[in-house]
Design a protein around this ligand. Sequence first.
Ligand SMILES: Nc1ncnc2c1ncn2[C@@H]1O[C@H](COP(=O)(O)OP(=O)(O)O)[C@@H](O)[C@H]1O
Ligand SMILES: [Mg+2]
Length: 146
Amino acid sequence: MAKKIVIETHSAEETIKLGKKLAKHLKPGIILILAGELGAGKTTLIKGIAMGLGVSKVIRSPSFTLVKEYPEKKFYHLDLYRITLDEFLQAGFEQYLSKENICAIEWGEKLKGLKIKNYMEIQIKMKKGDTRVIDFVPHGNYAPGH
Ligand SMILES: Nc1ncnc2c1ncn2[C@@H]1O[C@H](COP(=O)(O)OP(=O)(O)O)[C@@H](O)[C@H]1O
Ligand SMILES: [Mg+2]
């Protein structure tokens, strides 16, 4: 299994750049599970990923809408801040986790009960000022189907 990668950023712009770079390595079936307190930069990183995937319109935090869909890129941005695992399942959101899609899930640690085997855990920690320490921890074969 690949090892954890730790990257530090010092501004929102740098985190967006990192997301853009990360997007180049994403393949269908990848699930990104993002953890980190409010304001850590989860949405910012995902914004960079969306830009890197070539999504034309700028995305905003989906905290109010739970899911942002970019079907033309098969990219799905979920934010579970306001819902429980039960509500996730009842809403049928499990369907997004298919091997054709790329999913980025804020507060994705709520899905622990689903025992997802293959995913990339991304933990963002806030440090002094605008510094963020971002851990990328692969679990299983986080690029299923490849
Ligand atoms: N290094 C950094 N990376 C990401 N965001 C940063 C950074 N430094 C400051 N920020 C700011 O922190 C906030 C992160 O917000 P957001 O991405 O919505 O966080 P989350 O989705 O984790 O709640 C934004 O206001 C952003 O401008
Ligand atoms: Mg957010």
